[in-house]
Design a protein around this ligand. Structure first.
Ligand SMILES: Cc1ncc(COP(=O)(O)O)c(C=O)c1O
Length: 399
């Protein structure tokens, strides 16, 4: 363990919490990453649903190297024709439902959410924006405004004033859909709530939400930043649940391991950002050619190797093995996005340190500190699932 590096990390790298994990990474491959001492970790977080195609994917590495050698940044986003960007946008559009055919590329999830909110306000000429309680959409002022109260309050309070005219409704409450009205520009919703601890939509809820938005002319925005690119067992959760949004936000796995975000709408909606005012959203690095090249290679990898088709089966295998373990109260799951409920935060903190010692990287959720996360690379092999579950079992036995 390199003590000097640890001290420099704490001193010079801006910190986000008083207790970072502090595991030094030397390399990563497939489902695992390794410390300089050679300790292996099962990666059950995958960078929070980023590394869907596995660490060190050769196709992605080659695409990055090729594109970096051809050209990197030339000009701010939207001015030049860059083949990786055009090709990726075309491919994503072909996979999405509801005529969502225009991709605005940005850098991150929060920026995708910012762009989508601005587009909805610009398109509807309305101001009210509705979010879901226990939603997480990012940490910038606009995205943070949409962290549904009251749970989001812990993060929001110190940064007020935030965006005005924002209200939160309960995810899965059919009654509260009536709060969406002709004043509402948009409703922002994760089809499966991630940081709430993997909460699935109640049967018919997303359909009812779609219907209510249509009745009052509000735009429905899906945040698929965590669920997109195969995580739930379909390429996008909106396909799994059969509801097409007006705008979809993508990031995380969208970049194939590189920083990339996007919000996607129908072409005639998206073109609102080009007039009145022109340059309705500006980003320098959005859709960086190296990120788009990596993303394209990752998408090809998912499709060519039929990775997404196998996600539900792998998720079910994980669920079966984990739910037999001592102390597991519930498993909430959509594909390979899983929360294993232990019912107590004290147990969760203890299991986390056992996991770390025995080579498992997991995490809790922003709004749920009683469950641990299982969202590994989608490429995880059956034998790896079995081995990982036996380590999880031994940790739970020793709790
Ligand atoms: C559902 C969801 N939306 C948005 C974000 C924000 O993405 P980023 O951290 O890239 O800004 C996250 C990040 O965890 C997320 O899980």
């Amino acid at each position: 363990m390199n003590d000097i590096l640890r001290k420099q990390f704490l001193m010079h790298v801006g910190q986000t919490s008083p207790s970072p994990m502090m595991i030094e990474v030397a390399r990563a491959e497939g489902t695992f990453f390794y410390t300089p001492e050679g300790k292996r970790y099962f990666d059950l977080v995958a960078g929070v649903s980023v590394n869907n195609v596995g660490h060190g994917n050769r196709k992605v590495i080659e695409a990055v190297q090729r594109q970096a050698a051809d050209y990197m940044h030339i000009m701010v986003y939207g001015e030049m024709i860059e083949r990786p960007q055009v090709e990726y946008a075309r491919r994503i559009a072909a996979l999405l439902p509801g005529g969502l055919d225009s991709v605005y590329f940005v850098n991150s999830g929060a920026e995708a959410v910012e762009g989508a909110l601005k587009l909805a306000k610009r398109h509807t000429r309305r101001t009210e924006m509705i979010s879901m309680r226990r939603a997480y959409h990012g940490s910038t002022h606009g995205a943070m405004s949409m962290m549904g109260a009251p749970e989001g309050e812990e993060w929001k309070a110190a940064f007020r004033p935030l965006l005005p005219d924002v209200r939160a409704i309960d995810y899965n409450s059919f009654e509260q859909l009536g709060l969406i009205t002709e004043r509402t520009a948009c409703v922002l919703c994760e089809p499966v709530q991630g940081e709430a601890g993997v909460r699935l939509p109640a049967p018919g809820y997303l359909q009812a939400l779609r219907k209510r938005c249509d009745e009052v002319g509000a735009m429905l925005i899906f945040d698929e930043i965590q669920t997109g690119l195969g995580r739930t067992g379909e390429m996008f959760a909106c396909l799994k649940y059969g509801v097409a949004p007006d705008i979809i936000c993508l990031a995380k796995a969208f970049g194939g391991g590189m920083p990339l975000g996007g919000f996607v709408a129908r072409h005639e909606v998206m073109s609102d950002l080009t007039t009145d005012p022109a340059l309705g959203h500006i980003t320098t690095f959005g859709g960086h050619p190296v990120s788009c090249a990596a993303a394209l290679a990752a998408l090809d990898y998912l499709v060519d190797n039929r990775i997404v088709e196998d996600v539900e089966r792998k998720g079910a295998l994980f669920e079966k093995l984990v739910s037999q373990c001592r102390g597991v109260e519930e498993v909430r799951r959509s594909g390979l996005l899983m929360a294993v409920e232990l019912g107590s935060s004290e147990k969760l903190y203890r299991i986390m340190s056992l996991f770390a010692r025995r080579g498992i990287m997991s995490d809790w959720f922003l709004y749920c500190d009683t469950a641990f996360r299982i969202s590994p690379p989608l490429t995880i092999a059956d034998e790896e699932i079995a081995e990982c579950c036996s380590i999880i079992e031994s940790c739970l036995d020793d709790l």
